[in-house]
Design a protein around this ligand. Sequence first.
Ligand code: FE2
Length: 500
Amino acid sequence: MRISLERLLAADRVKSFMREASGAAAELRVTAQPVVGSIPVRLPEGETAFLSRVVSLSGIESGFSAGQRSEINAKEVALKKSAAAVSPVETATELSLIAVALGHLFAYEHEISDMTQELSSLYEEITLLYDLSSAFSGTLRFEELQREAIRQIAEALGVKRISLLMLNDEKDGLILTAGLGIVPEDIGKLRFSRGQGLAWRVIELNRPMIVNDLSSAPDYVPGKQSERALLLSPMASKRGILGVLTVSDKCDGSDFSSKDEKLLSAIAHQMGSVWENARLYRETRELFFNTVEALSAAIDAKDPYTHGHSRRVTEFSIATAEEMGLIGEKLERIQISALLHDIGKLGVNESILRKPDKLTNEEYGQIKLHPAIGADIMSRVKNLVRFIPGMVDHHEKFDGTGYPEGLRGEAISQAGRIIAVADTFDAITSNRPYHENCRGKPAAIALAELERCRGTHFDPDIVDAFKRVFLQGRIRADSDDDGGVDDRNGKSKGGNGLRS
Ligand SMILES: [Fe+2]
C-alpha cells in the first residue's frame, strides 16, 4: 500500500530522529522537490524525497531569557557565519548518512503501516466470520441460513449481485435457490445443466475462481443482467459439494481480490457446515414425527372402533390452534400432544376398550386411568416429556370437575384445553360401539354439545375458535365422511357417555 511522505514524516519515530539529527543551530527538512544542496532520500516503493539542512535560530533563541532576546539579532550574523564555516563536503557527507538512515526508517515505517493494515483487515475478516457463525449457530432451517448468508456477503464484499446455486438431487443441475439483485422469478427456475457455465467449472475444480473480465471467459454463460466480473466459490459439506456461491460486480467498480476470494470461500465453508447441521436436524425431526405418528396409529389400532381418532383430533386441534394465532413451537406442541393424547390406552385392557355395551363403574374407572398411564409412558422418553401436559390434561374440565387432577381454568394447559374440544367433537361425530347403531352423530349435535358445555367443560374462547374453523370448512366431522347420522344420544354409565 502506498504511504504518503506527510504520513511518513508524521510518524513519532521519524520526528524524534529528525529532531536529534538536526542539532541546535540547524534544521533538517524533507521535501518532495529538490532544493539547493539537498540530498535524495529513498522512499518506499522506489520514490524519492529530498533532505536539506537550513540554519535555524529557534534552538538558540530558546536558550536566552526574555531580556536577552534583543541581542539575538546581533548574534544572528555571527551564528550564520559559524554555520557557513562548516565545510560543504562535511555537510554533504553528514546529510548523506542522515538520508540513508532516514531511508531505512521510512522503509521500516512503511512495513509497520502495511502490517497494521493487514492486521486490521484480518481483524475485520475474523469479526465477520465470527458474526456469521454466531448468526448461523441458531439457524437450523436452510432458508434462514440462505437469507443470513446473503445479508452478510452483501455487507462484507459490497457486491451488486449474489446468487446461490444448489445442486439438485440428481446432481446433474444447478438451480438458483436464493440471491440478491437477481430476477426474483428466476428463483427455483434458473438452471445450469451439468457442464454448463463457470459454476460447473468451479465444481469440477472444487476451488474458488475469480474472473475479472467475463468477456474473456469462454465458459461464461451470460444471464439477463450484464455483468463484468464474477467471483465463485464451491459450497461443500462432509457429504460433498452442495452448490456454488456466486457474487458479481463490486459496487465500487474494483476488481475482485484474493482477499475477497478468501472471504467468500470462508463463508461458503461455514454455510456448508450449517447446511449439514440443518439437514441432520430435518432428518431427526422427520424421524421423530414419523415415530410419533406410528405410535399414534398403534393407539388407534388397539381399538378398531376409534380408527383414525388420534389423526382427526390432531387435525381439529391444529386448525383451532392456528385460528387462535399459535405458530411454531406452540403449534408443534399441540400437534404432538394431540397425536399422543390417548397413548395411555395402550395400558388399558382391550376388552374394556372394545366393549360395545355400557361400561360398569369399575370399567370406567379403568378408562379414566389412561391419562396417568400415558404420562408414565411419555416420561420415559426424553423428547416426549414436554408434551405430557397437553396429553394428560385432555380430560380436565374448565370448571375443575375433570380428571385426573381436577384442574380449573388456565391451570389446565392450553394444549389440553384445545384437545378436549377436538376430542369431544370427534367422539360424538365418529362411529363408536356405544353409539346407537354404532354410527356417529351429525356435526350440529356435537357443536350444540360444545356450546352447552362452553365455560363449564370447555374453555369458551377455544369453543369459539373451534366453531369459527368449522364454519370455514376446515373441520370435517367423521360422520360427514360416511353419512353416519344418528341423532339418538347413547349414554354410558360414565360421564357424558363419551369414551374419548
Ligand atoms: Fe382420552
